[in-house]
Ligand binder design. Structure first.
Ligand SMILES: *[C@@H]1O[C@H](CO)[C@@H](O)[C@H](O)[C@H]1NC(C)=O
Ligand SMILES: *[C@@H]1O[C@H](CO)[C@@H](O)[C@H](O)[C@H]1NC(C)=O
Ligand SMILES: *[C@@H]1O[C@H](CO)[C@@H](O)[C@H](O)[C@H]1NC(C)=O
Ligand SMILES: *[C@@H]1O[C@H](CO)[C@@H](O)[C@H](O)[C@H]1NC(C)=O
Ligand SMILES: *[C@@H]1O[C@H](CO)[C@@H](O)[C@H](O)[C@H]1NC(C)=O
Ligand SMILES: *[C@@H]1O[C@H](CO)[C@@H](O)[C@H](O)[C@H]1NC(C)=O
Ligand SMILES: *[C@@H]1O[C@H](CO)[C@@H](O)[C@H](O)[C@H]1NC(C)=O
Ligand SMILES: *[C@@H]1O[C@H](CO)[C@@H](O)[C@H](O)[C@H]1NC(C)=O
Ligand SMILES: *[C@@H]1O[C@H](CO)[C@@H](O)[C@H](O)[C@H]1NC(C)=O
Ligand SMILES: *[C@@H]1O[C@H](CO)[C@@H](O)[C@H](O)[C@H]1NC(C)=O
Ligand SMILES: *[C@@H]1O[C@H](CO)[C@@H](O)[C@H](O)[C@H]1NC(C)=O
Length: 697
């Protein structure tokens, strides 16, 4: 134990981090393959729409399909088909080769079903294409007709396009095409590098009766061979490809590229360009350290047993040391590091077991992703006989990452003090069991108060207003007043607790960080549509996987709308035969100048019209799909007080664009852990800063 003097703990952390530095992902040629895109069918609701970007004005999900160009068979409306182009791209880019490996490109297989339909007296034109593009946000102007939504008269052939596509062409261009029924491999141009007529295969892309065709596009990233197979829907994949060619994607497309479809019609050659099913299986190429913070965090947390072992060793040493010290052999340098001022109390497992009546079911307050929360009775002050109520969060034993989560939460929480944050009062790590002890919140969490069936009765307007002001204040503190920016990341009513006076207390901020690992990335949340979180996660998070102050503001906006309207952001609200999400519904009411109708009917009209209006507009402004357009936390507080005007909210919800701009801050567990190293030398100063902050608000 002599090894453990005041300097050796930081050294251990340094060793730990240099260890992490060496954990760069290996760039072996064998990558994990993943079904990254999976649409058995397309449904026109948020869960499908939110993973796609629609371009070209008339592209949409309709009749169970992606409609790249308008879909109507109404002869009276035939003009709406003329000169149209549209793209629909999957929102998330895929890395196609590793920065290190010189040769290997990601292999993939994309399967999709297309239907190109034409009316009785229509001449079919022009076609659709499976597309790999550098972004999911732009389609060239005037890309209708022969350009298939891929290029236009001025951009066709330019290397800057960085696109590769498989075209399904239904109209012959005399200068380019062999016939009006072929597929082709297009590189930056509609003048295909290689074409294959379908006439030889008894396939007609746009038959009079409309036919579904299954298509498989295979790319072997080692041999660089691209193959396209086609069959009528229901038929097996043929043994021979219709088109094959060698193409090194690395030479043409961006390293992080998007997948999707594009299509066009002309004048007067028109057709319906539909995609009915789509999957993409692709090799997942890890991003190197430094390039993607999320992965770094993933590595730092998701991690290697080695790290956990070291952490455990550190904890065990500290605990042992403390025991030793209690026995009288003190060491001042270590003493300073040991538990920083403001550090929560260390408790015995025995004590907590007793406090919670042996973790009895009847003491259970709730259950979260990390563990179960019990109510308990504890003596918080050593020399007092008064017992206080506490909430004890017991981490699930089989949670492998438990120890890291624990460390992370402790490191962060011990320095955060604010009247609208839940206070951590103690911790315990014994026999492999992790427990955190918080102030008990007699009124439970906000979600238990919002809906009509709540046993607490209807939450009145002044309480709602106070709660939202409290959350704004806590966010402001986390984002701006604390010396190191802290992003909450998981703002939602179940994380907002209420004290006896219905003051909001934000909880779970440290835990949210610990969640930040690869397996729980935002993009996976997006794919799986995890219930309970959807609606609170900002759209850009699905691209970046990073939480920012702006994404917290988005979550705050969702909570504001939920509290004012008494409706969950995920529910569907029916209005004139359309289904709306909460945000879209409020936005629609705003457009129609009927905003006040959005207010929770359970309030029976007992509310302040100006306040609800202000909050609803603020909620919409915070729900802006473009991160940089959302209000800042500094302003939110003033807007709520009425000392600053509400931002102007456009009548229509703007469309999500990606990329939209650099995020302003990143949330990294590494920061917090490395600050633990620094703060060990300067802990007194830090703690005073946070004390000061807490008294200011
Ligand atoms: C989407 O719509 C389908 C059918 O209309 C419905 O079954 C499904 O629950 C909806 N999903 C979501 C997330 O709204
Ligand atoms: C599309 O929506 C359907 C119905 O809600 C859902 O089952 C499916 O998982 C969604 N797919 C994606 C990729 O969002
Ligand atoms: C479609 O585009 C062609 C050529 O660009 C033009 O001649 C024609 O007038 C356009 N038709 C319509 C209906 O926009
Ligand atoms: C990847 O390349 C970077 C610099 O190009 C290098 O520092 C790093 O060690 C390489 N990683 C591997 C695993 O080869
Ligand atoms: C098809 O015929 C209808 C009436 O016969 C006509 O109005 C329409 O313009 C025609 N459509 C095309 C694409 O020529
Ligand atoms: C082609 O698209 C680009 C980018 O959208 C645009 O700037 C250009 O004007 C377009 N060219 C033509 C001929 O429309
Ligand atoms: C998207 O890619 C196109 C083609 O490379 C480029 O012209 C355009 O500027 C890109 N848009 C964005 C927003 O990056
Ligand atoms: C071509 O396909 C049709 C069905 O669309 C089928 O009836 C016909 O027998 C096929 N011809 C050949 C030569 O396979
Ligand atoms: C094409 O597929 C869709 C949905 O998968 C189905 O509803 C439709 O009947 C199919 N059409 C034909 C002609 O098989
Ligand atoms: C890709 O090509 C390489 C080299 O030709 C070959 O060894 C490998 O089996 C191919 N992979 C697949 C999935 O066909
Ligand atoms: C394409 O397939 C044909 C026939 O299977 C084969 O002879 C040819 O070498 C292949 N071409 C490429 C570029 O793989």
């Amino acid at each position: 134990m002599r090894l453990l003097n005041g300097n050796s703990i930081p050294i251990m952390f340094i060793i730990l981090f240099s260890l992490l530095n060496h954990l760069t992902p290996a760039t072996a040629a064998s990558f994990r393959r993943e079904r990254a895109i999976h649409f058995d069918s397309f449904v026109d609701n948020d869960s499908n729409r939110s993973s796609l970007t629609f371009m070209g004005g008339s592209s949409r999900i309709q009749f169970g399909a992606l409609q790249l160009t308008p879909d109507t068979m109404n002869e009276a409306m035939v003009d709406i088909h003329y000169n149209k182009s549209g793209r629909i791209m999957f929102n998330r880019p895929f890395r196609l080769w590793s920065s290190n490996d010189t040769d290997t490109v990601a292999s993939f297989t994309s399967f999709f079903v297309i239907n190109i339909f034409r009316g009785d007296n229509w001449t079919a034109g022009h076609g659709l294409a499976f597309l790999i593009a550098p972004n999911a946000s732009t389609m060239p102007d005037s890309s209708y007709g022969r350009w298939l939504g891929l290029t236009n008269a001025s951009t066709d052939g330019s290397r800057d396009n960085q696109i590769v596509a498989i075209e399904f062409d239904t109209l012959r261009q005399p200068d380019l095409d062999p016939d009006g029924n072929h597929i082709g491999l297009d590189i930056n141009s509609v003048d295909s590098k290689k074409v294959a007529s379908l006439n030889d295969y008894n396939i007609t892309l746009s038959p009079e009766e409309g036919t579904n065709y299954s298509v498989w596009v295979d790319y072997n990233g080692t041999s660089k061979v691209m193959e396209v197979y086609m069959a009528r829907q229901g038929g097996n994949r043929p043994s021979n490809p219709i088109l094959n060619d060698t193409i090194d994607l690395k030479q043409y497309v961006k390293q992080d590229s998007f997948f999707g479809f594009t299509g066009s019609t002309g004048y007067r050659e028109i057709e319906l360009n539909c995609v009915l099913q789509w999957t993409l299986d692709i090799d997942i190429i890890p991003r190197p350290r430094g390039e993607d913070n999320r992965l770094r965090i993933g590595l730092a947390i998701g991690v290697p047993l080695g790290t956990i072992t070291i952490l455990v060793v550190v904890i065990v040493c500290i605990v042992k040391y403390r025991r030793g010290r209690r026995n009288g052999e003190g060491d001042d340098r270590f003493g300073k590091l040991r538990w920083l001022p403001g550090m929560p109390r260390e408790l015995k497992y025995r004590e907590l077991k007793k406090a919670t009546n042996n973790f009895d079911e009847s003491m259970k307050l709730g259950e979260g992703g990390f563990g179960i929360v019990y109510k308990g009775l504890l003596n918080l002050h050593e020399n007092s006989s008064n017992q206080s109520q506490v909430a004890v969060k017991k981490f699930l034993r089989d949670s492998i990452k438990g120890k890291d989560e624990f460390m992370a939460e402790l490191a962060i929480i011990h320095r955060l003090r604010h009247k609208n944050l839940v206070r951590l009062v103690g911790w315990c790590y014994e026999k492999g069991k992790l427990l955190l002890v918080y102030d008990f919140m007699p009124n439970g969490s906000l979600d238990g108060h919002l809906y009509g069936n709540s046993s607490h009765g209807v939450l009145n307007w002044s309480h709602r207003y106070k709660i939202l002001t409290g959350i704004a204040s806590a966010l402001h503190y986390l984002h701006n007043e604390y010396d190191q920016k802290v992003v909450h990341r998981d703002l939602k009513p179940s994380n907002i607790l209420l004290d006896v006076d219905y003051n909001a207390r934000l909880g779970d901020f440290g835990l949210a960080r610990a969640l930040e690992n690869e397996r729980h990335s935002y993009s996976e949340l997006g794919l799986a549509g995890v219930p309970g979180t959807m609606g609170y996660v900002a759209p850009e998070c699905f691209h970046t996987g990073k939480a920012t102050t702006e994404s917290d503001v988005f979550g705050f906006g969702a909570v504001v709308l939920e509290v004012v309207c008494g409706k969950h952001p995920g529910i569907k609200i029916s209005h004139q035969q359309d289904l709306y999400t909460l945000v879209d519904w409020v936005w629609m009411l705003h457009r129609e100048r009927r905003l006040v109708e959005a207010v929770d009917e359970h309030l029976n009209g007992q509310f302040d019209i100006d306040e609800t209006r202000r909050l609803l507009l603020l909620g919409l402004a915070c729900s802006h799909p473009i991160a940089s357009e959302r209000p800042q936390t500094q302003d939110i507080f003033q807007i709520m007080n009425g000392t600053m005007p509400v931002p102007v909210v456009p009548p229509f919800k703007p469309v999500f664009q990606w990329p939209s701009g650099p995020p302003s801050s990143i949330n990294s567990i590494e920061n917090s852990l490395s600050s633990l190293v620094f703060s060990s030398q300067d802990s007194v100063g830090m703690a005073t800063t946070s004390q000061k902050n807490s008294t200011r608000l």
